[in-house]
Design a protein around this ligand. Structure first.
Ligand SMILES: [Zn+2]
Ligand SMILES: [Zn+2]
Length: 135
């Protein structure tokens, strides 16, 4: 199964196979600011299951104080990638699930960093919730 995704201006396009089934909605302050949204939803992928169709050179990144790296399209600002020390050690990367153009049959299974959740978002789902990282 292969999935394709792109940024808002379509100058960046990629294809992935084999998305890791554990997908969390992250409410941490950095993900919120990066997305300009209440939370982020990133899916983990092995680096060798990721193919850039075009535009990889248009990615810009921001490295936060905790050494996490978030990458976005320099032209349209779409937030696309997340990478932590854990990802680097395991040769994986996380891709914003909302950037996929093909249907995804997987569903997120948890909320993480609930301690930073905005007050104006009400969670009505049954997904598992973690104060910080998934345990
Ligand atoms: Zn773009
Ligand atoms: Zn986060």
């Amino acid at each position: 199964m292969s999935y394709s995704g792109s940024c808002l201006c379509s100058k960046i396009k990629f294809e992935v196979s084999d998305i890791h089934p554990q997908i969390g909605h992250c409410h941490c302050t950095m993900c919120r600011k990066f997305h300009g949204a209440a939370f982020s939803t990133f899916a983990e992928i092995k680096l060798n299951n990721l193919t850039w169709i075009k535009g990889e050179g248009l990615l810009s990144s921001f490295t936060a104080e905790n050494d996490t790296v978030r990458s976005f399209c320099r032209t349209c600002g779409s937030s696309l990638l997340f990478e932590s020390k854990y990802n680097r050690e395991n040769s994986t990367i996380e891709i914003a699930l909302a950037s996929f153009d093909t249907p995804i049959e997987l569903s997120p299974d948890a909320h993480i960093f609930i301690q930073n959740k905005v007050s104006w978002l009400t969670l009505n789902d049954e997904l598992e919730k973690f104060d910080t990282y998934r345990k």
